[in-house]
Design a protein. Structure first.
Ligand SMILES: Nc1ncnc2c1ncn2[C@@H]1O[C@H](COP(=O)(O)OP(=O)(O)O)[C@@H](O)[C@H]1O
Ligand SMILES: Nc1ncnc2c1ncn2[C@@H]1O[C@H](COP(=O)(O)OP(=O)(O)O)[C@@H](O)[C@H]1O
Ligand SMILES: Nc1ncnc2c1ncn2[C@@H]1O[C@H](COP(=O)(O)OP(=O)(O)O)[C@@H](O)[C@H]1O
Lengths: 112, 453, 453, 453, 112, 112
């Protein structure tokens, strides 16, 4: 089983979620994050002080999928999240050894 | 009209006083400040300012997305600053100076001649400067109401220029026509089409609400609307704002008696009753339609009721106020929930659905429910509203409202066009995406990073 | 009682005036609106409404968990709407209409006969409608106070029905007995057991606080209580609410003078002093016991002091007010921190610990500290409170409080039983888990998703 | 000075009244409470309390980091409790009792002799207790203003002790000198150096602002300052606070007329105009310098304008108020943005930059713009300010301000030294890191954990 | 070493934390999250607009443990978080190559 | 490629971010977290109730780096985040199989 972690633009959450659901990936967990990368931040002023803010709001989506569906999921995410501009985000894929559904203690792919 | 009503009223009161206290006889000729009336009018002025900031700013600010909260605040706050200066320079003169049936003149520019003694034309027992500053608070909140329609997408600079022009060319003449000496619609001071508007249903709510609709359509929808969900980022803030609006509205409506006599009491009661009944009306309609009554519905209903009762406040009985409120609550609910969706415009915070629709409804209902026992403005004992037998008053109300609609639509379109050509109305798509707070003001409403404990 | 006190007071004032201004002679017979008094009473009415919304709503809303913030707001807000209509229809008549020693009559249903001229029985210098709307604001906040006891677990519909019944069958008779003409406990207008309650210690706080205790026990604990931690989701909101309560309470207490004379000043000072001393008392007790004084403690203390000073406000000297406040602050701290834990009931937001306990204490202390130099209600120079030598007054106070406890316990139990059978009081465990905001109102207080900048 | 101005004013008014109503003749000798004036002064007292809580508490609380929000609230809230008791015990007597040119006496300790009849020395138409409680509200907010300078790093216990000492030894004499009978700087009641300070520019803002600077330097910077970013955790809270400050300031300035006559109106208008122009001034400067006008800038500007107009409010025309506001907005912007950075002290929330600098500027500008047509305090028709031809008044203003600076610097240094030796001023670095909320008060402002829906 | 990531119902955080501590797992990191899965969401209404919200509040617990203790930890989590209803959440297990304690630069199992 | 997850004291975020950027690690994602460990919490009082809070605010930094740069990154984090006091936090290192840049669908180390 593979864990797909995608860092995306906040405005794209809905589209990505729908794209994943469409290809049959129901389960996912979403986290609010802030990202640092090539995308340039902005400057804020508060009274006399100037802050250059280089951490931008991002959404992190985590979904664990069976190996065979992973590529499809990745493509779905890309299709939904891509604008072609810097800051679109990244996808990280890594291996997961075990999945357990807490409700009924099912394990493995069936628990995804 | 509220001016005449006050005068009539005071005349009655004075009569009573004179009967028992002949020593006061001469006072009638030299207008004298009444400490009680002035106390109430200063409080009312403060309350109406509180309606703008923090009231309206919070009400609107809670309804937008987090990234636009300060930008939304600023659209109201800027009015508190800019309109004040404008008012002092020329607007007061345009609205309440000597002029013709449509607009005042320049005799009061830079507040020349606006003294600390009463101006009996407008209010015989308070300093004219009290009257001036009280009216200023109305001029502040009116353009601020419009901002609900173009929330989350207008440039701050364009908003400023538009608001200044709007205040000068739409608000000033409307205020003059309805409340100014010799104004076309002024029921108290010799208007051709006497239109009852106690505290600004037409002047404030119809003009701002209709102009709001026009700007919403002219500017177009927010990017992503209506597909993307854009729920209020904090109904909590909106709730605080709405409650402060309710409290402040006592200054708005009961203060429009321009004295703290029985007319103020009557308007106070009508205001409260209208708000309460409208909140119930909206909640009931919502409960019926969606299965659940919401907090946002409750406060929206209250505001709708306050809008609708505004023109009627000094003319109707408490029981009529309940009726007006209930009708307005249900009506505005359907305007916001159904009518808006049918036409599909993005009146983001429902400035038209609540103020335009509620104000228009209220103006008509005023013509229906107005009662001479509450306010003998048209003459003691003379039928005032439809139910009392004065069937033409509804027509007069319609004329007033129609004029306000006309001026607002045409005027706003022209002004939008000019500002759009001059500096552009909308922020860029990128700026809209990152939000007004950062793009227009270089700051953020909330700093999670700051929670570094 | 505050009515009589006012009248006596005004009589004294009038005496002074008459001595110097004989032309005013006739005014005494035809009650005339005083612009200063009416100004103050309109402001006071607005302030008392502000105590409910946003004041109390924020105070309570901050103390619950995030998922219940709007539901908690709505429990107060709904009172602003529902009780208003109820009051107009029948409640004002039941409380202040002609009736017997226990309840008023139906002569004022639909506000029949409640005019814009003063009703000298209750207040000789303000329109009766001012009196009516001012009293309405008390009727709104009283059931809203109860909601703190059953926070986070009662159905919105059940809450509405219960509150309406409670207002009708518990508040109306209590208000009549203490403040209505001929009421059993009315010290000013011929009551059998003259009980001093200047601004509603018994009528408002004891009844709501004791009823709160009953509902907390009847409904049972929140799921997870007390094991699961349920800290306030935002002491920030509660702080704003408490400050607005403090400010609004000036309208509540000083407004109960029903005029803006020296009695209002006296009540104003006592109110402020009571709040300040109680805040200190609670903070000191907390510092001593927990090692740290908390912001929640400070504001809770202030509210406890405001509750306790309410019945006493128009009867005691500034120094006595400090004493009453200090006692109340420490007393309520121990009620909330110790007594509640001993008995283990889930009075979620301490409606009983603050209002029930504080109100009872305040009523008794009023009998002890009341002074004829402040308020010659029982006759000029006649001993009023215990310290002045009137040892039976404490007994009268106890009778009043005892009656309020009795009616509140029995009445609330009956009403809860009825509503429970009719529609059920508690939300389902699932709804409790997801929170009132979503389950009862279909919305959320805060939208993080909206922060998509 | 505002006392004399009021008296003069009232004399004029009375003259008018006497001319028409001879029956009132004797009233002049027996001071009588005016219901309108008292109504206004009670409202003003409530408004000034609202400036502290929630106004200032929110304004400051929003500017700190999340972990310090309650600690910051508490620094203001504690003043509401502590100073009240102190005032009753001895401070009122020290400020307004019989004494010498520098400080009052002990004749009013425990409010002995502070009755419900007017004290014509200070205010002839309101109960002395109204005057007393109104002045108390000023004594509360003044030390609270200082807390902005040492935000996020002072021990709660040390803050309490310091504030009590500061109130006793710096505020009391300053208030006496400027407003007390026979005070050195009292322009109305026989001061040697008649200094115009209508509502406390010197007494409130200069003293607190300068003391703030001293404490900021004495305590040193916050750990991490200026390298670590410390943006406001919620400009939203600050915005609400600032708006409430604006609204409350009407009570502060217009209330300083101690009556609701024309002088109150004049001060009300000047206050509003000053705030609006200053908001514009700051926004313009910011727009020019940073390319963007910010919400924080707008509200900071408004507060700066309110500060600067405070001493001038009852002396200047509306147009002068606009000028004073505009100057103050730009001036304070540069104080906060440039001057602070040059010197590098950590005046965390700019208590000095806004109150110290704005207060000093306002005091001087008062000497320049004051006009006898608004306030014939120095004698009807006698030149009052510089522009009117009284060139020495600026000197008198400078003497008053200089004295305030001197006392504030020396006095604050001594008090800080004492408190530091006694119990230590600063929290430990660990406590500073986890924040005041947890370390000083054992609680948190917001509970995300509570969001378990 | 294994990383155990558990997505649970927010109300269960305390119970799970206590259960882990009891079996000797002291170190853990908690994140607020929102989850999408079989559990159905709800509908919200704001003025005229209807939102079907299908992202529900969840808590994510991350704890890195030695291999031999992993199964015990999983069982502790299940025992504390299970209600048997849809939405109870999932546990994901994956391998961690290295752990470093920042304070003293200890590495490996001793640093857990 | 390796994923470095560092849980640090909130006040150290800026320093760590700068340290990483300095050694050439541009991309990172930041999450707000709460941590449980040896560091003792504190007690809070609300009205009569006492809460012992043992979840402390932390910041979690995630950065995926090429294998050869990992050790440098770890050292940079330690250098910037270390105070020597309990609660300084931990670093977890694990393997990542694939990285994809959403913007242009680049994959592998080039996408980091
Ligand atoms: N190496 C990385 N490790 C973790 N997160 C990363 C890494 N690189 C980028 N990110 C995340 O992806 C987001 C987008 O990256 P950025 O460099 O701005 O644009 P792009 O992905 O289009 O090149 C960043 O804000 C950050 O949250
Ligand atoms: N494949 C997955 N990848 C990541 N998170 C998941 C996955 N499946 C479920 N989750 C998380 O677990 C939560 C519960 O899942 P759900 O399907 O609603 O119930 P259950 O686990 O009882 O079947 C989801 O809300 C989501 O946060
Ligand atoms: N085994 C672990 N798994 C996940 N997070 C951990 C683990 N151990 C520690 N942490 C995180 O590291 C933080 C610091 O740990 P702590 O034991 O308090 O101090 P130290 O790292 O100095 O020993 C914790 O608050 C927690 O967020």
């Amino acid at each position: 089983m593979l864990k797909i972690e995608a860092v995306i633009q906040p405005g794209k959450l809905d589209a990505v979620k729908d794209a994943l659901v469409e290809i049959g990936v129901q389960g996912m967990t979403i986290l609010e994050a802030r990202g640092h990368g090539r995308q340039k931040g902005h400057t804020e002023f508060y009274r006399g002080r100037e802050y250059s803010v280089d951490l931008l709001p991002k959404i992190k989506i985590e979904t664990v999928v069976a190996d065979d569906i992973a590529e499809k999921a990745i493509n779905a995410i890309i299709a939904a999240a891509q604008t072609g501009k810097i800051g679109d985000g990244k996808i990280f894929v890594s291996r997961v050894d075990e999945v357990i559904r807490i409700r009924n203690e099912e394990r493995g792919e069936i628990a995804i | 009209m509220r001016l005449r009503s006050v005068k009539v009223y005071l005349a009655v009161l004075l009569g009573l006083v004179l009967a028992t206290a002949p020593a006061f006889g001469q006072a009638a000729s030299t207008p004298k400040v009444d400490s009680g009336d002035n106390s109430w009018m200063l409080v009312s002025s403060a309350l109406v300012l509180m309606m703008s900031g923090p009231g309206l700013a919070l009400f609107y600010g809670g309804l937008v997305r987090k990234k636009n909260v300060l930008g939304t605040f600023m659209q109201t706050f800027a009015m508190m600053a800019v309109i004040t200066v404008l008012w002092a320079v020329v607007m007061y003169s345009l609205a309440f100076g000597h002029g013709n049936a449509f607009i005042g003149g320049f005799n009061h520019v830079f507040l020349k001649g606006v003294s600390l003694t009463p101006n009996p034309t407008y209010a015989a027992t308070i300093p004219e400067q009290t009257f001036m500053v009280y009216q200023l608070m109305f001029a502040i909140i009116t353009p601020a109401l419009i901002t609900g329609a173009f929330a989350e997408r207008m440039k701050f600079s364009a908003m400023l220029v538009f608001s200044v022009l709007w205040a000068l060319f739409i608000y000033s003449p409307m205020a003059h026509m309805v409340w100014g000496e010799g104004g076309l619609l002024n029921a108290a001071l010799g208007g051709k089409f006497p239109c009852l508007d106690f505290a600004g249903g037409t002047v404030v709510h119809v003009t701002s609400g209709v102009s709001a609709l026009v700007t919403a359509i002219y500017l177009g929808k927010r990017i992503g609307f209506p597909k993307e969900p854009m729920p209020p980022h904090s109904v909590v803030l909106s709730f605080i704002g709405a409650c402060l609006l309710w409290v402040g509205w006592f200054g708005f409506n009961a203060g429009s008696a321009l004295a703290s006599g029985t007319l103020a009491t009557s308007a106070f009661v009508a205001t409260h009753f209208g708000a309460a009944a409208a909140a119930l009306g909206w909640l009931a309609a919502e409960w019926f339609r969606n299965g659940k009554p919401s907090a946002l519905g409750g406060i929206s209903g209250a505001v709708a009721g306050l809008v609708a009762i505004t023109p009627a406040a000094g003319f109707v009985t408490p029981m009529s106020a309940l009726a007006i409120g209930a009708i307005a609550g249900v009506f505005c609910f359907y305007m916001v929930v159904k009518v808006k969706n049918i036409f599909g415009y993005d009146d983001s915070l429902d400035a038209f659905g609540v103020h335009g629709a509620g104000g228009t409804l209220g103006a008509i209902l005023t013509g229906i429910f107005a009662n001479s026992s509450i306010n003998p403005l048209l003459g003691a004992g003379k039928a005032t509203g439809f139910f009392e037998g004065n069937h033409t008053q509804v027509l007069n109300q319609a004329i007033g409202v129609g004029l306000a609609w006309g001026i607002s639509i045409v005027g706003t379109l022209i002004l939008l066009f000019i500002v759009d050509k001059l500096i552009g109305l909308r922020v860029s798509p990128e700026d809209e995406a990152i939000g007004l707070d950062l793009s227009q003001h270089g700051e953020e409403g909330y700093h999670a990073e700051a929670s570094a404990h």
